[in-house]
Design a protein around this ligand. Structure first.
Ligand SMILES: [Zn+2]
Length: 440
């Protein structure tokens, strides 16, 4: 079905609030450019295949050893293209690889990578890494108001150089399911011997970083089921104290009880600080490690948790792909369940078109977030935003053509799902005010 050109123009002219990225700081990229041997990220052709695209290349036959060479900052660009070229041809139609071309088109006006232009593209990628290029790529090229970043640069909290452009999530994996005492204890300058001590550290983390954080984030679905029981402090305290003395001595069910207790403790803190709770659900990044049976249980596992904390806003990330019907059911049934389409547009563009249409026919459109690039390299965000806009325009056009949505309703709907909902769900202004208030 043809996309109505007026709908495409409208979606194209509307800025996104980008609710999920992993962007490295611009200062980190500048440092990697200056000293390539000291940083893992390439500043050349390899950056286009560093994140997500590499996974489809591996699925299409790229060896682990060649993947490493492909993204190594020290590998020569001709060698990189010799490795990438033939495999890229085998998987060029997937969302991940379409995004490589979309991003190239928007950044440099190139439609594809070929034997004739790969070296030139590599030079263009290197030359654009300069102060201010994040703002240009995100605001001007991608038409994004601001992003929300789950940074991997600091395990506690990333002190970004651009708080108005790169809002920061507060990860609570290390505080709960992936218990990681040391970096927090060091920053808080406290000892941890008991559950009470650890609660005090969690309280300190929320007090110190909560006002500047845009949300809290947890991707423990990569490591366990999301069946977090609401274990009491009384039950968890002796297990925790013993675990601190001898981590190897804890049985699996005891570790689970500790994680479960801390997960719920953090949710209560999030409510106290008015921070939405972002949870990874669905598909796994990478290759060769996804237990699909466990992934399929994500949304069902979350039901008692969503019910237990009616004042918490739960953001179901990545539409739980390929279990997106379950995500729609959560948003339809629970007032405090929201769905974020971050990453989904490139995992499977057409499933995302279908999801958008079905979500809008089933659940409140005020609880849908339609874009997050989910990338470490900023270079890949422009293409992803373009693919999302194309898919959104297609979904809305089809709903109009089929008589499910009236044309007059579209401007308000599009504005809401692309940016208005994010402004309603997250406190962008309050967060910025906290960044601008000097610490006492
Ligand atoms: Zn992510």
């Amino acid at each position: 079905m043809a996309i109505h050109s007026e709908i495409f123009d409208l979606v194209n002219a509307t800025p996104f609030v980008d609710t999920h990225e992993h962007l490295w700081e611009e200062r980190t990229r500048l440092a990697a450019l200056a000293e390539p041997a000291q940083h893992p990220m390439p500043s050349d052709l390899g950056i286009l295949f560093y994140h997500y695209a590499d996974s489809d290349l591996v699925s299409a036959g790229l060896s682990a050893e060649d993947r490493k060479k492909m993204v190594d900052p020290m590998t020569d660009v001709h060698e990189k293209w010799r490795l990438i070229g033939p495999i890229y041809a085998r998987t060029r139609h997937t969302g991940y690889l379409q995004n490589v071309r979309e991003s190239l088109r928007l950044m440099f006006g190139e439609d594809d990578i070929t034997d004739d232009n790969y070296a030139r593209i590599s030079d263009l990628i290197r030359d654009q890494i300069a102060p201010g290029y994040f703002k240009r790529l995100l605001r001007d090229v991608s038409k994004i108001e601001h992003t929300q970043v789950n940074s991997f640069e600091d395990p506690v909290f990333n002190e970004t150089e651009y708080p108005d452009l790169l809002c920061q999530d507060l990860s609570f994996v290390g505080l709960s399911s992936g218990l990681n005492i040391e970096p927090y204890a060091k920053k808080a300058n406290r000892e941890v011997g008991s559950l009470q001590d650890w609660h005090a550290i969690i309280d300190w983390v929320f007090e110190t970083y909560g006002p500047r954080a845009i949300a809290i984030k947890n991707q423990s679905a990569y490591a366990r089921r999301l069946d977090y029981d609401d274990v009491s402090a009384g039950d968890a305290a002796p297990l925790f104290a013993r675990h601190i003395r001898d981590a190897k001595g804890s049985a699996e069910f005891e570790k689970k009880a500790i994680q479960d207790h801390l997960f719920h403790y953090c949710i209560r803190k999030a409510v106290e600080y008015n921070l939405p709770v972002k949870l990874h659900t669905g598909y796994y990044a990478g290759n060769n490690h996804m237990p699909l049976h466990r992934v399929g249980a994500n949304d069902g596992d979350l039901c008692p948790i969503i019910k237990a904390h009616p004042d918490a806003k739960f953001i179901i990330m990545h539409i739980s792909y390929p279990y997106q019907d379950e995500a729609i059911a959560l948003a339809k049934h629970y007032p405090n369940a929201y769905v974020d389409m971050c990453w989904a547009w490139i995992i499977n563009p057409l499933a995302s078109v279908r999801f958008t249409k079905e979500y809008l026919m089933a659940a409140p459109h005020t609880k849908l977030l339609t874009f997050g690039g989910d990338y470490g390299p900023v270079e890949m965000v422009p293409g992803h935003a373009a693919i999302a806009r194309k898919g959104l325009a297609q979904a809305v056009s089809e709903l109009i053509s089929d008589g499910w949505v009236g044309e007059g309703e579209v401007p308000a709907l599009v504005d809401r799902i692309m940016r208005g909902n994010a402004h309603e769900i997250f406190d962008y202004e309050g967060t910025l005010a906290a960044w601008n208030t000097p610490a006492a």
